[in-house]
Design a protein around this ligand. Structure first.
Ligand code: GLN
Length: 290
């Protein structure tokens, strides 16, 4: 019978042999799921023997992870801004760099006068808009989450429920970027955020296997990756309050051009922010300093 520690070691070896990134971390998360404990608790039970009832489901997870099924899909959850969200193939897997978009948007929103109207374009699993709703609480009169994918909207609604947020405060609805009736219904907005699809079409085939498990609709930003950003910025002035702001997450090398496009549409006050890896990742834009 193998112990917890031996199982972690052999599973890590198995995953490493298949080039799985962060093999040991993946292995620990999967074992914690099977044992229904926290990953850190494993460190207190290294000698615990594991039986077949535990090893059988673990082998199944290990095999899938070895085939590069994303860890978050196997766990069914992802942690984002300190909260747990449901995660599956219906929406993009939330990434840690996106947390910085939320942190900056919350910081800016708290300096504005409430009640605030907030819009998350291309909400996917809802992590950005739902985190804003949870962080802003009563300051947010309404948070509107839109996506063109019905699957994503179903996942976002489930996550709204998971977080215990109300359907009055957080409205989930279908809209292709800003074109839907639901966007007009609650306009104008104080805060608009988006982590739009921004990968150039030609780069999608070369992405890491786990990223390719995301819906292609959530990744593909057209020839230079900026098709959707251009479209959003062209329609933003019509739905943004005079002192409101829009904040985007972008890919490496896109921020300067996006700031220029924002400028062109009358959003002259732009700020480019880097992520933790030092990549210019976020652009915030508004008409003028409020
Ligand atoms: N807003 C979601 C996220 O950041 C989905 C983004 C997308 O599908 N491009 O995770």
């Amino acid at each position: 019978m193998k112990s917890v520690l031996e199982t972690i070691q052999s599973g890590t070896d198995y995953l490493e042999a298949r080039d799985v990134p962060e093999a040991r971390l993946s292995m620990e998360h999967m074992l914690a799921k099977v044992l229904e404990c926290k990953r850190m608790d494993l460190y207190l039970m290294f000698d615990r023997p594991l039986g077949e009832v535990e090893l059988t489901p673990l082998r199944d997870l290990l095999k899938k992870r070895g085939q590069r099924v994303p860890l978050q899909h196997l766990l069914g959850t992802v942690e984002f801004c300190g909260r747990e969200f449901g995660c599956d193939e219906r929406g993009l897997i939330a990434r840690s760099e996106t947390e910085e978009l939320v942190i900056e948007a919350v910081r800016r929103a708290k300096e504005m006068s409430a009640p605030l109207r907030v819009l998350d374009i291309g909400t996917g699993s809802g992590v950005i808009g739902l985190s804003l709703a949870a962080e802003l609480g009563d300051l947010a009169e309404v948070v509107v989450l839109v996506d063109k994918s019905a699957d994503a909207l179903a996942l976002a609604s489930e996550n709204r429920e998971r977080l215990g947020l109300s359907a009055e405060q957080v409205v989930v609805g279908e809209s292709d970027l800003l074109s839907g009736d639901i966007v007009a219904k609650f306009a104008p907005y104080d805060v608009i955020v988006s982590n739009p699809p921004y990968i150039p079409s030609g780069e999608i085939a070369g992405l890491q296997a786990e990223v390719q498990a995301d819906p292609v609709m959530a990744l593909d930003g057209g020839a230079d990756g900026l098709d959707l950003v251009r479209s959003i910025l062209a329609s933003t002035p019509a739905v943004l309050k005079p002192h409101g702001f829009i904040g985007f997450e972008l890919g490496a090398g896109q921020a300067n051009e996006v700031a220029e496009i924002a400028h062109h549409h009358g959003l002259a006050e732009t700020t480019i922010l880097g992520d933790m890896a030092g990549i210019d990742r976020f652009v915030f834009a508004s008409r003028s300093k409020s």
